[in-house]
Design a protein around this ligand. Structure first.
Ligand code: AMP
Length: 429
């Protein structure tokens, strides 16, 4: 017997029963996102690898370790396998910005408010809450009008409201500011000065992060790095310019006005190079080690970095699978029942039954039938199982009389109706 094929590690099937919950979650998201003025954008699942290298940053963990490249099987002249230079998208922001630039959004609108819902792909080591294909709900507000602390606050509040709308409220929102580009440079210099004497005590990953992405040392999970980091004075914000400090004060004041609870965490940095100013992360302790529900922040340099106009931007992404893991109790959604199940009492009655089925659907009655002939008794069992409200039977007598017997499955009541009355009778029921 040949080996059974299962889904690839780190992916999963969303079965029909679960798909109902996905649809509900997506629907709720769309409604709320619409209320905030965000419009949906759908970009390709794969892009040129360069897009991710130039946006997320060569030095980030994602580009270093997690990008899944598409490899074409074509051989070049020398017989080498040629890489096609395309990668599955590991996140949504780079693609949205690419599309913003490519489609000249800046020439059409002062502020583009865009959202996406879809799969992302990363070459991770799978575990609970960490997949190779996972889904994100994300928003990006981009444009000349995006450089306002009210938009930072709005985007943060929107992510919290989305989670609330899914029934979640036990999560924690942490915020921080990285400041402008210049501030970031000062901050990394300050961190390197502080960490330099202790570099040999850092974990292996952080020793290589010291040069390529020193911020990431601040949120390293290893015990030795946490101890070292806890001794660095981060609260002063001395590396921040007064403009950046004022900006952050305004963001916090706007959040306070909206009644959003947050914790300021000077150790919060984001793994991606493109963030500036406000960064935030939402986590839920009930999720264990993979506790981040979502994260985001401001990225004022990214659009120019990708060759676009000088415009500001802010956004976030929430992880759908993690949201589902954190949901208090997943109420089983029920598939809607069907109106009518049709049963042909003989092989030769199938064509007429099939025609009635079609007419019912044309008249918006949800319906199905036993497509293969089976005994009426067996087919009644099927009708019961799928929860049909009515059953329409075409037996010998009905066939000859050009009628059908219509049975109400909850009362058991049965009546014979003529062919030209089906729809009229159904509409009255
Ligand atoms: P990130 O782009 O890494 O900040 O991710 C944003 C959110 O997506 C995270 O907070 C998670 O909820 C979710 N997420 C990221 N990576 C994964 C993964 N490998 N598996 C499942 N969810 C993920």
């Amino acid at each position: 017997m040949s080996k059974k094929i299962t889904f690839p590690r780190g992916t999963s099937d969303i079965l029909p029963q679960e798909a109902l919950l996905w649809q509900k979650l997506e629907q709720e998201s769309r409604t709320l996102l619409g209320l905030y003025g965000y419009k949906e954008i759908r970009t390709p699942f794969f892009e040129e690898t360069d897009l991710f290298a130039r946006s997320i940053g060569q030095t980030s963990d994602i580009v270093q370790k997690q990008i899944l490249n598409l490899a074409s099987q074509r051989l070049d002249d020398k017989g080498n396998i040629k890489l096609s230079g395309l990668s599955l998208r590991p996140e949504g922001t780079a693609s949205v910005v690419r599309s913003y630039i490519q489609n000249g959004f800046d020439r059409q609108e002062n502020l583009s408010k865009l959202f996406y819902i879809g799969p992302m792909f990363r070459g991770e080591r799978p575990q609970k809450g960490r997949l190779r294909q996972f889904h994100q709900i994300g928003v990006e507000a981009i444009g000349p009008g995006a450089g306002s602390p009210y938009l930072d606050a709005e985007v943060i509040a929107l992510s919290v409201n989305l989670l609330n709308s899914f029934g979640l409220n036990g999560f924690r929102l942490k915020i921080n500011t990285l400041g402008s580009n210049e501030d970031k440079k000062n901050f990394s210099k300050y961190l390197r000065e502080q960490l330099n004497p202790l570099i040999n005590d850092l974990c292996g990953d952080c020793q290589s992060r010291f040069e390529r992405n020193v911020f990431r040392i601040l949120d390293c999970k290893s015990k030795e790095c946490k101890t070292i980091v806890s001794k660095i004075d981060l609260t002063t914000g001395a590396y921040l310019s007064s403009e950046s400090q004022e900006y952050f004060v305004k963001v916090k004041a706007a959040l306070d006005d909206l009644g959003v609870d947050y914790i300021e965490d000077p150790k919060l940095v984001r793994g991606l190079d493109y963030y500036t100013h406000t960064v935030f992360e939402i986590s839920d302790a009930s999720l264990g080690s993979q506790d981040a529900l979502g994260a985001g922040g401001r990225y004022n340099n990214l659009v120019t970095q990708l060759g676009g106009p000088k415009v500001d931007a802010v956004g976030f992404a929430l992880g759908v699978e993690r949201i589902m893991l954190a949901m208090p109790e997943i109420q089983q959604e029920e598939h809607p029942t069907i109106d009518v199940y049709l049963i042909a009492g003989d092989e030769k009655f199938l064509p007429r039954t099939f025609k009635i089925l079609n007419t019912l659907r044309e008249n918006k009655f949800s319906s199905s039938m036993g497509y293969k002939f089976a005994s009426i008794k067996n087919q009644m069992k099927v009708a019961n199982k799928i929860g049909a409200r009515f059953v329409m039977i075409l037996g010998e007598k009905e066939y000859n009389n050009k009628t059908a017997s219509l049975k109400n499955m909850s009362t058991g009541e049965q009546r014979e109706i003529s062919e030209n009355e089906y729809i009229k009778v159904m509409k009255e029921l």
